[in-house]
Design a protein around this ligand. Structure first.
Ligand code: NAD
Ligand code: ZN
Length: 360
């Protein structure tokens, strides 16, 4: 097992990373203040991993409650959140109860938001079981549910007490979900680390075939990068926004296609191509580097072309995104491979051209 740290003063926390971790009682014990724990998971993950987590918590001395929500992005809403609160209240969970989020980014975001607001905030631990959640959503304390008008529109910053990333859980992940997670891996590299881009170019086939050593390396590097960025800018007033590379386009694609039709990672993959094309239009990135971005994304088996939506429609959907302001659009662009930057006051026409170019 390896452990990294997210340095946030008294809210600092460890990320434990390795195989077969989720059944280890000692990883949960430090956070069981009041002796009760509520595992939030979903109908797909529960049959696979719930029992092991339940046993570990019980062995650590906890009184354990289980809250099993439906699967899918649609579960990231008010209705499911209510069910989580119902479960917590029915089990008489107090302010010292520990919430354990067991699952992918949907469960993590939902359970994390529940932990942020339940009785004005209770501690929680992330046990991410998708590649996307291990490299991205479990770290950094962003929690949210969706609104019909926009993704992640209702949420809070609430840091976990620990992240337990068990890469052995990735063995059961559907192929399409693994590839979607690779989109966020690629995002970290393109935005922040040119050397990591090179590593990915050389090792993508190993990641796609789930070689454990390669997976551990990728998860570790993403967590290191994300931990550094979050420590420097927890509330996303600066450098953390760079991790939204591809996301303004991507969120619009998700919304335009209808939640669930496109996986988050798939939409982000296309979003990164569009953002790279935009960077080229703004004369920041060479066309050859745009091709390199496309190639890397394709090597992960991810889409590089969006759904059949008119560019105007896509831009319209961006207006509700929090990254757009005052008619002019704000985007994370690439100044180079591995070096993202935030640019404001971008003309709609340039954005349209980038969308068209990405579709070629
Ligand atoms: N909070 C953040 O900083 C942040 C960052 C990135 C993404 N997100 C959010 O994360 C969500 C996407 O997360 P995701 O891609 O993990 O989706 P997900 O949580 O829906 O998981 C994908 C699918 O895999 C299943 N699954 C999970 N673990 C499994 C396993 N080990 N074996 C087999 N099946 C398993 C799930 O039940 C689901 O069907 C989006 O809502 C996105 O907005 C949040
Ligand atoms: Zn994302």
């Amino acid at each position: 097992m390896e452990s990294l740290r997210v340095a946030l003063g008294e809210r600092s926390y460890p990320i434990h990373l390795g195989a077969d971790l989720l059944g280890r009682p000692e990883l949960y014990r430090p956070y069981l203040g009041g002796g009760s724990a509520a595992i939030v998971t979903n109908t797909v993950v529960a049959p696979l991993y719930l029992q092991r987590v339940r046993q570990a918590l019980a062995a650590a001395g906890a009184r354990v409650t289980e809250i099993i929500v439906p699967d899918g992005e649609q579960a990231k809403g008010w209705e499911t959140l209510e069910r989580v609160f119902d479960g917590l209240l029915a089990a008489r969970c107090g302010r010292d109860a520990l919430i354990v989020a067991l699952g992918g980014g949907v469960v993590g975001d939902l359970a994390g938001f529940a932990a942020a607001v339940y009785q004005r905030g209770v501690p929680f631990v992330q046990v991410p079981t998708t590649l996307l959640a291990q490299v991205d959503s479990s770290v950094g304390g962003k929690t949210a549910i969706n609104h019909p008008r926009g993704k992640n529109m209702i949420g809070a910053f609430h840091q976990p007490r620990a992240v337990i990333s068990d890469v052995a859980t990735l063995d059961t992940l559907p192929e399409r979900e693994l590839r979607a997670g690779l989109a966020e891996v690629i995002k970290h590299a393109l935005a922040l680390d040119a050397q990591f881009v090179q590593w990915l170019e050389a090792h993508m086939s190993k990641l796609v075939s789930r070689e454990r050593g390669a997976l551990v390396h990728a998860v570790r590097r993403c967590c290191e990068l994300k931990a550094e960025v979050v420590a420097a800018d927890e509330r996303e007033s600066g450098v953390r926004a760079l991790l939204n590379f591809g996301h303004t386009f991507g969120h619009a694609i998700e919304l335009g296609a209808g939640y669930g039709a496109w996986l988050h990672g798939e939409a982000i993959a296309v979003g990164m191509v569009m953002a790279a094309e935009l960077s080229a239009r703004l004369r920041l990135l060479a066309q050859g580097d745009v091709a390199r971005v496309r190639q890397l994304i394709m090597s992960a088996g991810l889409p590089v072309r969006g759904p059949a939506l008119a560019p105007e429609a896509l831009i319209e959907l961006m207006a509700v995104d929090k990254k757009a302001a005052h008619g002019k659009l704000r985007f994370v662009v690439l100044e180079d491979i591995g070096r993202a930057a935030l640019r404001g006051a971008i003309d709609e026409r340039e954005v349209q051209e980038a969308i068209v170019a990405a579709a070629q």
